[in-house]
Structure formats: C-alpha cells, structure tokens
Design a protein around this ligand. Structure first.
Ligand code: DHE
Length: 503
C-alpha cells in the first residue's frame, strides 16, 4: 500500500497509473519502453512530480499536466514509490525471452577506426542515456550510442578489449562491439540490478541483482542466461550486494546482502572441488562435507559475521576488504583460508567500491572515501593499520590514480564544495592542489588515459563537459561538451586492472 495513500485514494492512483503510465512502464511497474517505476530505482530521484507534469526533455516521457491535477500527480508519486507487492517471476525463461539482438549488426574484421583500440575511453552520459566513445589520444568522439535508462557502475570489457557490457539499474545489459562501433544486443538479466562482472576468460558475465534476489550468469557470446542462482545457506533467497571478477583466482566473488555469506563462483572448468559449507579448502579431492562442487560455476560459501554491502580487494586478490553500509569498521577476509585476518578502523560509511591502491615507502596502501564525512582513510595493506585520515572539503565519491601518476584525484561530491577536485600527493598524503573548473557545478570522477599522461574529469551537469587535464602539469587541455557525464572508463586501464582504477 502507498506511503501516504490508502483506500479510495490508492485505487484512484492505481487507475491513473493504469491509464497513463502502464503502457510504457508496464502494469507491474517493472518497466517496458520506459524505466521501472519502483522505489529501488526511484528512491534517489528528485522532482518526480515535475517529471510527471512536464515530461523529460529528449526522452519519450511526455508531460501530463494537461490531464492530471497536482493532487493526482502527487498521489501517483506516492504510488510509484510504494514497494511492489507481487514482483513478477524473472527466471531463465523470462530473461531469455527479453533478449533483443540487433538486426543490423555484422562484426567487423578489424577496428573501423584508426585510433588505438587499447586507448579507447567510454564516457557514460546520464543526461540523455548515451555513451560517447572517445579516441584516447585525440579525444575525438568516434561514436555516441544509446544505452538503457540509468546506467550505473563500471561497464565491463572483454579481456581483449573488443566488447563492452553496460548495465542499467533496471537490469538491462547491453553488449557493444567497440571495433565495429555497433550495439550487438541487450537482455534484461534482472529487474533491479547492482553491478556486473566479466569472467577471467571473457566467456561469462555475472549480474548481481536485488530484484529478484538472484545472480544471473550470461553467456557473453549470445547473451543467453546459463545460470540464475542464490539461496543462502539457510535456504532463503538473498539480494547480491555486488559481484567482481577475481582474475588470479579465475572466479567471481560476490557478497550476499541478506545473509552473512561471501560466495566464490568458479569460472574455471577445472575448479574445485569447492566445499559448499563452512570448511575452507581448495585441495582437489578434499573431503566432501556439505556437497562439494567441481568445475565451472562450482560455488564456495565463505561465512562472515554480518552481511557485507561494499567491498574491495588487494591487487593480488588474496584478501577482500568489506564493510556493511552503517558499519563502523571494516573487515579483511583472506580468500584462501576464508578466515578473518583483521578489522579496520573505518568509521563513517567508507565507500570501499571506490578504493584504490598504490606503493608508498615500500608498502602498498589503499585509500577509501567516506560517504558521510569529508575524509579519506589511507590504510597500510601490510599490517592493516591506519596511516592517515586526509581531511577534505566534504565527502567524496570517487578516487582515481594511475601507476605513472604521483597524484590521487579525489572529488568532493557532497556539500557546498562539490565543484572542487582535490589533487593529493601519493607519498606525502597532502592535498597539493584543488581544482575548481566550473564554479557551482558538481565536478566528479576521474579516469586516466592508457599511459597516464592525461586525466579526464566530469562536469556532472545536463549542460556539462569532460575536461581533459595534463596529468603532470594539471593544466586544462580540452573541454568536451557532454550531457551529465558520470563515469569514464579506459579500455587498457580496465582490462589490465590498473592499480589506480576501480575493478
Ligand atoms: Fe554507485 C560504482 C554502489 C550511488 C555512480 N556504485 C558503484 C559500484 C557499486 C556502487 C557497488 C561498483 C560497481 C562496479 O563498477 O562494478 N552506488 C552504489 C550504492 O550503493 C549507492 C551509494 C546507492 C545506490 O543508489 O545504489 C550508489 N553511484 C551512486 C550514485 O548516486 C551515483 C553518483 C550516480 C548514479 O549513476 O547513480 C553513482 N557508481 C557510480 C559510478 C560508478 C559506481 C559512476 C562506477 C565508478 C567507477 O569508476 O568504476
């Protein structure tokens, strides 16, 4: 039932929804040609009443102010923000049936452009749901293609850098061929999804879902679902917080959000047997306890004290560093033994998904921003001690660096200084410069070119831009107009798991 709606008011809103919204957003509110209208995706969207009244520029969303009163619109906002009671089934059959392969796609034999295919950088433009494909040397836009509504998280590249997979919060996964500059197809792998991960060999794509509570594994070749899974040890379903590739381990690592378990899912046909229980062993032929599994998609459960929301790995993927959202501490779980090896002093909602690592005084350190405090924590990964908390002008969201760069680029996403970008010296851990390239506008998320010579920064605005900086002199080189650009992803940095980038 609605937040503030009950009885007849709810029925009226439901009738208005059926008449005006259902044809594009589906009777189930799970989305059709328009996005899903459910609290899981709308929770953060502001001004829904205005969108319903006036429509959304450069989309098919028309305005309804001529047909609906302000009260009716307010009731509709409550209606679409109410939890969905009957979530439709979304298993293998439904996923397979949602597949749309592009009729006009023919794979090119070689790149259809002369730019370095390893230095291509994608810019996600959330303003009108497109991705721009940039030549990383000249910064020319080679293509601009439409994405599903509300892309979130990093796109994932095939290991050879040719294909990229993009996920939307509504669970759509789009496959795009960079060599051909063409969409290959798309499939709806979930109804509300968190993120995606590529397997070490490029054959499988894992999709972490909240709705339904599943992990979907797709064939990257055909986009067909090959496995839709998730039942916690107690037999109950669970949402998946996020899934990542552990390249050295030839597996996916995911954390369940509703159960205290980390899963390792093998992408190596020779894997295992994994012990499907609270015994940690990788020895082939180890004693079967809770039904060991062998081979592709063998699954190992690693127990943790409480469910993890957010996590990160060391460069060798030996340890997972995790936290829950409210968490006042982080935990370090050794992926080989499955045991907890340390607790980290990380108060104030650390955003470990944005963590990066680098070398300092012969040690590897990691840094993470905190979502509710203007501070970056720097941790020594040798003994898990806190090296420093760097005070910033406000809470930030994203950190980026490059092996060749002496600096960390840290945005100040929230608060009055959202137009700033701090440049931090990786050795002294001091802020050495604060850039303010578009006063009053949100400046966020950095990505480097393949060689680390340039850094690209987003002006997060409908009338925004990507600013290209000389990464050494910190001087602006180019300003490329873009529609609310968010994340940027360089093929080389991503497929090589460059230490300064997100994985
Ligand atoms: Fe993100 C990455 C979770 C809100 C933009 N975000 C990620 C990842 C996770 C995550 C787990 C890593 C996935 C990956 O790349 O494989 N994000 C969350 C949240 O839990 C949170 C706080 C709440 C939510 O709504 O889900 C959240 N994120 C946001 C935003 O509000 C942002 C700023 C705008 C948006 O697009 O929704 C946002 N998140 C991003 C971006 C990345 C990301 C641009 C990829 C960064 C990268 O460099 O890889």
């Amino acid at each position: 039932m609605g937040l503030a709606l009950a009885g007849p008011a709810w029925a009226d809103a439901a009738a208005d929804y059926a008449e005006h919204c259902a044809s594009c957003h589906a009777e189930t509110r799970m989305g059709g040609t328009g996005p899903a209208l459910i609290p899981e995706t709308l929770g953060r969207v502001k001004g829904l009443d205005q969108v319903i009244a006036d429509g959304r520029p450069s989309t098919q969303m028309e305005g309804f102010a001529d047909r609906l009163s302000a009260d009716q619109i307010a009731a509709l906002v409550d209606y679409i923000k109410a939890p969905v009671e009957n979530v439709p089934a979304w298993g293998e059959a439904e996923i397979a049936a949602s597949r749309e392969m592009a009729a006009d796609y023919t794979p090119a034999d070689k790149p259809v452009f002369t730019a370095d295919p390893m230095n291509i950088t994608l810019v996600v433009e959330t303003g009108d749901h497109h991705i721009s494909v940039l030549d990383g040397d000249t910064f020319d836009v080679l293509d601009r293609f439409a994405t599903p509504y509300a892309v979130h998280g990093g796109p994932k590249f095939s290991p050879d850098g040719r294909y990229v997979f993009v996920m939307s919060r509504d669970g759509w996964v789009e496959k795009y061929d960079i060599w051909s500059l063409k969409e290959v197809g798309r499939v709806r792998a979930g109804l509300n999804s968190r993120n995606i991960a590529m397997s070490h060999d490029g054959k499988w794509l894992a999709v972490a879902n909240y709705l339904p509570q599943t992990l979907t594994i797709l064939s990257t070749d055909t986009l067909e679902p090959v496995k839709v899974d998730v039942k916690a040890r107690d037999g109950k379903p669970s949402r998946v917080s996020a899934v990542y590739q552990a390249p050295e381990r030839k597996s996916f690592i995911l954390a369940l959000k509703d159960a205290p378990e980390i899963w390792e899912v093998a992408t190596d046909p020779d894997a295992g047997p994994y012990e499907d229980g609270y015994v940690h062993s990788y020895e082939k032929g180890a004693k079967e306890s809770f039904g060991a599994q062998v081979g592709l998609f063998a699954r190992r459960r690693i127990p943790v004290e409480e469910p993890l929301d957010d996590f990160f790995f060391d460069q060798g993927y030996k340890n997972l560093i995790g936290t829950n959202r409210e968490g006042t501490k982080g935990v370090v779980i050794n992926l080989i033994s499955g045991g907890k090896v340390a607790e980290l002093p990380l108060p104030g909602m650390p955003h470990l998904g944005s963590g990066i690592t680098w070398k300092r005084d012969g040690h590897t350190v990691m840094a993470t921003p905190h979502l509710n405090e203007g501070v970056l924590s720097v941790i020594d990964m040798t003994d898990w001690s806190l090296v420093k908390q760097i005070r910033t002008d406000g809470p930030g969201f994203f950190l980026r660096s490059h092996e060749t760069s002496p600096y960390v680029w840290a945005d100040v996403f929230f608060g009055p200084h959202k137009d700033e970008m701090h440049i931090i010296d990786k050795q002294s851990l001091e802020i050495v410069r604060t850039l303010n390239p578009a006063p009053g506008k949100t400046v966020a998320h950095t990505e480097f070119t393949r060689d680390g010579s340039h850094a690209l920064v987003s002006i997060w605005d409908d009338d925004g831009a990507v600013i290209v900086y000389d990464a050494r002199t910190l001087e602006e080189v180019r300003r490329l107009p873009m529609k609310k650009p968010s994340g940027k992803y360089n093929v080389w940095n991503k497929i090589n798991f460059e230490e300064g980038t997100s994985h």
